[in-house]
Write a protein of this length. Structure first.
Length: 55
């Protein structure tokens, strides 16, 4: 967060292949700098759907 300097507690990761995504979700847990990560796969939405939700 630019105002507070704290992390927003989420990030986006783009994988090179669908196989890379599957490999990540097959592991039991993920730890980064001592914090356990919760992974969620993004569902793609059409550009028009995103525009309608922001109105």
């Amino acid at each position: 967060d630019k105002d507070t300097g704290f992390h927003r507690r989420y990030c986006w990761i783009k994988f090179s292949t669908p196989q890379d995504v599957q490999n990540v979700f097959q592991k039991d847990s993920h730890i980064l700098e001592g914090a356990k990560l919760t992974l969620k796969q993004q569902t793609h939405r059409r550009r028009s759907q995103r525009k309608n939700q922001s109105e």
